[in-house]
Write a protein that binds this ligand. Structure first.
Ligand code: SF4
Length: 387
């Protein structure tokens, strides 16, 4: 039986800005998910038996804050009214931060929303890609939103998309975060997804540049305790490398319905959330059904799901056979395999070379240096397969 751990909901495909690397095809559409669609989704999800210990709901795939706070207060009450009593449900927003005001801060605090703000570091990096439809930079509005979150003491993290230029400036990014009181950081690299072809991934030597960036950023953080409390890439890699040897690796991205995604119109997909809305001549799209017309529990029997899952599994098995990093990766991200290799039935991508291989190398290299403290390359579970 599937187990839903993460529900990604697109409340609207609309975004109030127009980032140069955005892959969302419908970001000019002002469509909004109907209340009835949300009721159908939550009714079916909670009746499916596919949720167990906890459920994270991410409101994303468009700018969620273009809708009023009242929309979400109502949606959250729908969830509370329908969910099993013992099920812990948490809500997260990923936002460009340009619309944060006092009312939103009150809402985030009241509802204990996990807030992620997309900011690509200092203005000179951020404004290169994160622009309005008229082409002007959005940094000033985003940093104003972050400062407001801090003033209201709303916990938040940032996600910064790294370019080749910002990867060359780890201390500039570090100083920026510290100056702005940003303590929790996540780094993405510009990916090839859908129609968007990444310029960064095509740069010669990008994997080494990424390694150097993370190594220096980590070193700076360790040298200034109490400033940066969380670097997602490092924390995740450490957790995968140092774990009990018999602990299985859970790669949500290749487990059916572990991540379940729904667009504003009720279309359901799974595996990489970015697949929903993508067009592909081999698969005729990745919508497996519609929550307003279909039974969620029937979707695993649909021929398009069976074929999709079979191809993703084949790619995972190839990874298991061929890749020394499998124990800390679990077969990667299907959407990147499709975008970079043209097929799910494949292994390595530039994306996984950066975000899995080089980050793991960095953690293992660091463990090698601190071996006298008692952890060595051979006893780390990931290292056993990587080395
Ligand atoms: S690192 Fe890349 S090649 Fe290795 S298991 Fe992960 S996706 Fe597959």
């Amino acid at each position: 039986m599937p187990r839903i751990e993460l529900l990604v909901i697109q409340p609207t495909p609309f975004c109030n800005i127009d980032c140069r690397y955005c892959y969302l095809p419908q970001r000019s559409s002002k469509a909004v998910v109907a209340r009835e669609t949300l009721v159908n989704l939550f009714t079916q999800v909670f009746a499916s038996g596919w949720t167990r210990d906890g459920l994270s709901i991410v409101w994303h795939a468009g700018e969620p804050m273009v809708l009023p706070t009242g929309f979400y207060r109502d949606a959250f009450r729908i969830v509370e009214g329908l969910k099993p009593a013992q099920l812990a449900v948490g809500h997260s927003f990923q936002t460009n931060g340009t619309l944060i005001d006092d009312a939103w801060c009150t809402f985030f605090a009241d509802e204990r929303v996990n807030v992620g703000v997309s900011i690509d570091g200092p203005k000179r990096f951020h404004d290169r890609h994160r622009v309005t439809r008229a082409g002007s930079g959005t940094f000033d509005r985003t940093i104003a939103g972050i400062r407001l979150l801090r003033r209201h003491k709303v916990p938040f993290h940032v996600i910064s998309v790294l370019s080749a230029a910002s990867m060359a400036a780890p201390s500039e990014l570090f100083d920026f975060y510290v100056e702005e009181g940003i303590e929790r950081v996540c780094f993405n690299v510009e990916e090839s997804e859908g129609d968007h072809v990444s310029q960064s991934l095509a740069e010669t030597g990008i994997a080494e540049a990424y390694y150097r960036f993370l190594a220096e950023f980590w070193r700076l953080s360790v040298a200034a305790p109490g400033k940066i409390s969380f670097i997602r890439e490092i924390e995740h890699a450490i957790a995968q490398v140092i774990r009990p040897a018999n602990a299985p690796f859970n790669n949500q991205l290749v487990e059916p319905f572990a991540i379940t995604s729904m667009d504003w119109d009720g279309n359901i997909s799974t595996f990489s959330p970015e697949l929903l809305g993508l067009k592909n001549s081999d698969y005729e799209g990745f919508s497996l059904g519609n929550i307003n017309r279909d039974a969620l529990v029937d979707l695993p029997q649909r021929p398009n799901f069976v074929r999709l899952y079979s191809d993703i599994r084949k790619g995972v098995e190839m990874c298991r056979d061929l890749c020394g990093y499998f124990s800390v990766c679990g077969g990667g991200e299907p959407v990147n395999k499709l975008a970079e290799n043209g097929t799910f039935v494949s292994t390595e991508t530039t994306y996984c070379r950066l975000t899995k291989m080089r980050v793991t190398d960095l953690v293992l290299d660091t463990l090698d240096r601190v071996r006298p403290l008692g952890v060595d390359r051979e006893t780390a579970s990931g290292a056993a397969a990587v080395g």
